[in-house]
Write a protein that binds this ligand. Structure first.
Ligand SMILES: [Ca+2]
Ligand SMILES: [Ca+2]
Length: 338
C-alpha cells in the first residue's frame, strides 16, 4: 500500500512538471513568433511621395540600387522598348506590372534615359519581395494597383512630380549555400545541418549584419540558424541567375550560418521537391535596420544512409529511455522504503 502511495505521489509530481513544461514551451513559441514579426516589420527602406500630394507605400524591388531624386513621372505603358516616349529622359517611368520581367522593364527604362522606375501592380494590392534578379542600372520600386491608378489619374490632369528615395538594399551580400561547392545538393534524409554563407564584398562588410536577425526565408515561417560565425569561406557569384561556382575564400570576411536540415525540409516542404532545384533565400538586418541577403539554388535529393534501418532508431531510443526510467524509479523507491 505504501508503495502505491509513493508511486501516486511521484506520478502527480510528474504530471505537474509536464503541465509547467507545456506552458513554458507555449510562452517561448509565442514570444519567438512575436519577435520574428517585429524584425520583419521594416524590411524595405524606400519612400515615395507626390510633391504637394499624397505619400505612397512603395516596396523596393530586390537588387534595386539606391537613389534619391525629385522628378516628373511619365506613363510608360508596360515597359516594352517601344512604350517609352522620347520625353522619358530625365523622368521617372511609371510602368504596369504583368507583361515583362521587372529587370527587363527597368533596363528598358534605363536605356530610354529614365532616372528610376515605379511599377504598379496589375492585381489587387502591393507585392512583397518582388525581385529584379540582379543589380539594375536604375532604381525600381513597386506600388499597389490603387496607388498606380491614383498616379495615372493625377497625370491625366497635368505634370506630376514625385520624390522617390530608395535606401541601399544590400544585395552585395550574395548568398552561397554550401560555400565552395557547386552544384549545391541537399539530402533531405540527412539529420544534420547545411552551411550558408552571406558573402562580404569590398563594398559590403557582413559584420554590419546583426546575426540574431538572420533567417532562411519562407512565405509562412522563417527558419533561424542553429549557429553562425564569421569566416572567409566563399566568393560572391556574379553570373546568370540559377547558376553558381565552387570558389572558396577570397580574402573578404563572410557570415557563415548553419541550418537544421529536418527543420528546413519541414518548413519548405522539400519532400515534395525531390529531384527539383529550389531557391533558398537567407536574409538579415543590418544594425541600422536595412535588409541584407540573397538567393541561391539547391538541388533536392533523398539518399538514405546505409546500415541501421531508420525505423530501428526510435525503437532503440524508446527502449533506452524506458530502461532508464525503470532503473531510476527502482532506485528512488528503495530510498523511500525506510
Ligand atoms: Ca555553393
Ligand atoms: Ca569571402
Amino acid at each position: 500500500m505504501k508503495l502505491i502511495l509513493i508511486w501516486w505521489h511521484y506520478m502527480k509530481k510528474g504530471i505537474t512538471c509536464i503541465k509547467i513544461g507545456l506552458i513554458v514551451a507555449l510562452i517561448i513559441i509565442a514570444v519567438s513568433l512575436l519577435l520574428t514579426g517585429i524584425s520583419y516589420a521594416f524590411v524595405y527602406e524606400s519612400h515615395l511621395e507626390v510633391v504637394s500630394g499624397p505619400v505612397l507605400n512603395p516596396n523596393t524591388l530586390i537588387y534595386s540600387p539606391p537613389s534619391d531624386q525629385v522628378a516628373e513621372i511619365l506613363d510608360c505603358g508596360q515597359g516594352h522598348p517601344g512604350d517609352f516616349p522620347p520625353s522619358t529622359a530625365g523622368k521617372i517611368a511609371l510602368i504596369q506590372r504583368g507583361a515583362l520581367y521587372f529587370s527587363d522593364m527597368t533596363q528598358n527604362a534605363a536605356a530610354a534615359g529614365a532616372l528610376a522606375v515605379i511599377v504598379y501592380n496589375n492585381v489587387p494590392g502591393n507585392m512583397k519581395y518582388g525581385t529584379l534578379g540582379f543589380i539594375t542600372d536604375i532604381s525600381a520600386v513597386i506600388i499597389s494597383d490603387v496607388e498606380g491608378a491614383l498616379l495615372l489619374s493625377l497625370l491625366a490632369s497635368g505634370p506630376v512630380t514625385v520624390h522617390l528615395r530608395v535606401g541601399p538594399y544590400l544585395a552585395q551580400a550574395t548568398t552561397d549555400v554550401l560555400p565552395g561547392v557547386w552544384p549545391n545538393t541537399i539530402n533531405i534524409a540527412s539529420s544534420g545541418t547545411f552551411e550558408v554563407a552571406l558573402c562580404g564584398t569590398e563594398l559590403f562588410d557582413v559584420t554590419m549584419i546583426d546575426p540574431t536577425t538572420v533567417v532562411l526565408y519562407d512565405f509562412l515561417t522563417d527558419v533561424p540558424p542553429t549557429s553562425w560565425r564569421f569566416e572567409d569561406v566563399a566568393t560572391p557569384y556574379i553570373g546568370p541567375v540559377g547558376s553558381g561556382h565552387a570558389a572558396g575564400a577570397d580574402g573578404l570576411m563572410d557570415m557563415v550560418l548553419d541550418f537544421d536540415i529536418p527543420t528546413v525540409v519541414a518548413v519548405k516542404e522539400l519532400a515534395d521537391h525531390v529531384g527539383e532545384t529550389v531557391g533558398i533565400s537567407v536574409y538579415g538586418l543590418t544594425y541600422d535596420e536595412l535588409r541584407g541577403g540573397g538567393y541561391d539554388y539547391v538541388q533536392i535529393v533523398r539518399e538514405e544512409a546505409p546500415g541501421i534501418p531508420e525505423f530501428n532508431l526510435p525503437l532503440i531510443a524508446v527502449t533506452s529511455i524506458s530502461a532508464a526510467i525503470y532503473l531510476a524509479f527502482k532506485k528512488r523507491m528503495r530510498k523511500n522504503l525506510g
